[in-house]
Write a protein that binds this ligand. Sequence first.
Ligand SMILES: [Zn+2]
Length: 226
Amino acid sequence: MSRLCLILFGSPGSGKGTQAKFLRQTLEVAHISTGDMLRARVESGDSLGREVAGLMQAGSLVPDATVNRLVEDRIEQADCEHGFILDGYPRTVDQARLLKGLLESKQVNPLVVHLKVDYNVIVARLSGRRLCPTCGALYSVTSASPAAAEVCDYDGSKLMVREDDREEVVLERLRAYERQTAPVLDYFRGVGYPFLEIDGDGQPQAIAGQIAKFVEGREKIGNAKV
Ligand SMILES: [Zn+2]
């Protein structure tokens, strides 16, 4: 049976991480988040890990070729036997090109899912998040609101907005995503990868169900071809 590579795209706040967690269970594949992968490699303390640690400490971007080497190693691990979900990667067209070569050499079948959420919804979602500076509890003014407005349920501390969730910062993160990622999506469309665009503003479990259906449908087509 062929291995699956599900490339999950979505802006900050689109619920990509939540979807990856649902789909990892439904599809029985590994979830590879770039951030987690980099941290794990740094912790391993091997030579590549030390190289990455140095770059991160200097505030430099990890070069595309290095990220790809990490991904190449990561997908050889046992939990990727049936396939894997890529979350936060590839981020640039160069990374996407390198990934395409890698997948071809390993005979892995790629599928692309784009979780689309209106930016106004994202700004409302993220700027509605509140953090307790004392215990770290997270709240949302819309869904998981504290019992008393702007006060932590556990310790009564006044809640705050994280720097990353301030409206101006959210808008800048969305602009950066648009600049970097729109060309990657065009690239994958251009090379003919199966592509699903899905409305990410809905019940997370229902969205995961739609994505799983798409994946299972494509796998049937793929197997019929062989
Ligand atoms: Zn608290």
